[in-house]
Design a protein around this ligand. Structure first.
Ligand code: PLP
Length: 384
């Protein structure tokens, strides 16, 4: 049987895959089982920070796998502790909880906000405000957090206690807080799956202010925007705000599963012994991978991400396209149906993503200029 037919036979049909079996990759290029080469503008949906099988990343993973691959959270391990220190030092946050995915990082954030509010104001202060068009994950609680009805329909009852505000509507946000018993707010500064919608600075600042005024937990979902993707280490750093909780995953470990929930001093002692846990969370191999990723995301590298993002925007704007997003998180408005555009790009050897009706690009952060230009030429040709 071929890869495709074995997959179709034995794997649950929850993914509508492209008709490609990727068998190898190198940097920003990958190859299918017919030997066809593709430029990857997806990085595995924002995960492979340094592309496929980056040698520095692979070495960090291999070294740690040979020393100690897993212990459980009953014991201390060096990579986990070191990674938490790096994350706190670089964000000003106080403590970290490690998990394995973005959804889990958000689940932890919701637990922190609810317990913080319950301890101070009473368990009825359980509501979490998120935004319409947001995406926060596929577990029943993070589906509830996701402000899109289409994701809710088949799986009710979801976790109770989520309220949805319109993005960039400060009055609406104030009213929701005034009319309900609220624990906290969870927002993406650039909505990824929802269409690469960048939030207004006024709105994000107002959200922080409303949280401070009402002693709410201000949470930013940096699962997609985090770890250098937008040209800053975390997307909120563009906005001059300081969240109480940051959730992240995707690019953190550059291709291994790792989620992290960063907590500020205000909330870092809210969860105590037994309140939360994860068998794999903080796994030493994943932590070693994440240390290797974060250590390379220095100021010069992040400036380069910004420059590449600007190059993409200039190029696409000059070709007549409207572009959204920040850094190397790019949404392109296209008159062509996005599924057709994706298929045509794939055919011409460029892998892209969609976000609602837009074409979305999340290339590896170290994509070489030459490959970037070649990919953009093809994308422009396809969309024109
Ligand atoms: N939050 C955001 C902003 C995301 O983009 C995603 C995934 O696309 C998630 C959460 C869920 O992450 P995961 O699929 O790792 O659970």
């Amino acid at each position: 049987m071929s890869i495709k037919s074995t997959d179709e036979r034995y794997i649950a049909h929850t993914y509508k895959r492209f008709d490609i079996a990727i068998v190898a990759g190198n940097g920003c290029l990958c190859y299918d089982d017919n030997g066809k080469e593709y430029i990857d503008m997806t990085s595995g949906i924002g995960v492979s920070t340094f592309g496929y099988s980056d040698p520095v990343w692979a070495q960090a993973v291999a070294n740690q796998a040979k020393i100690l691959q897993h212990t459980s959270n009953l014991y201390y391990t060096a990579p986990c502790a070191e990674l938490a220190e790096i994350l706190c030092t670089r964000t000003g946050m106080d403590k970290v909880f490690f998990s394995n995915s973005g959804a889990e990082a958000n689940e932890c954030a919701v637990k922190v906000a609810r317990k913080y509010a319950a301890d101070r104001k009473g368990a009825e202060y359980c509501n979490i405000i998120t935004l319409k068009k947001s995406f926060h994950g596929r577990t029943l609680t993070t589906l509830a957090a996701t402000g899109q009805d289409a994701f809710h329909e088949k799986f009710t009852p979801l976790t109770d206690g989520f309220l949805y505000a319109e993005a960039n509507d400060i009055d609406g946000l104030e009213k929701l807080v005034a009319d309900n018993k609220v624990a906290g707010m969870l927002i993406e500064v650039v909505q990824g799956e929802g269409g690469v919608n960048t939030l207004d600075e006024d709105f994000v600042k107002a959200a922080e202010h409303i949280c401070r005024e009402n002693d709410l937990v201000f949470m930013i979902d940096e699962v997609q925007t985090g770890n250098g993707r937008t040209g800053k280490l975390y997307g909120y750093m563009h906005y001059g705000v300081q969240p109480d909780v940051v959730s992240t995953a995707k690019g953190l470990a550059g291709g291994l599963p790792m989620g992290a929930t960063l907590m500020s001093k205000k909330v870092s002692d809210v969860l105590g012994y037994g309140d939360h846990g994860s068998t794999f969370g903080g796994n030493p191999v994943c932590a070693a991978a994440a240390i290797s990723v974060l250590n390379r995301l220095d100021d010069a590298f992040l400036a380069d991400v910004t420059a590449k993002g600007e190059f993409i925007r200039e190029r696409l704007t000059a070709a007549g396209f409207a572009v959204s997003g920040l850094g190397l998180m790019v949404g392109i408005t296209t008159e062509k149906p996005v599924s057709e555009a994706l298929a045509a790009c794939t055919e011409k050897g460029v892998l892209c993503l969609s976000a609602k009706e837009k074409l979305r690009l999340l290339p590896p952060l170290n994509i070489p200029q030459e490959q970037l230009e070649k990919a953009l030429d093809i994308i422009i040709e396809v969309l024109s």
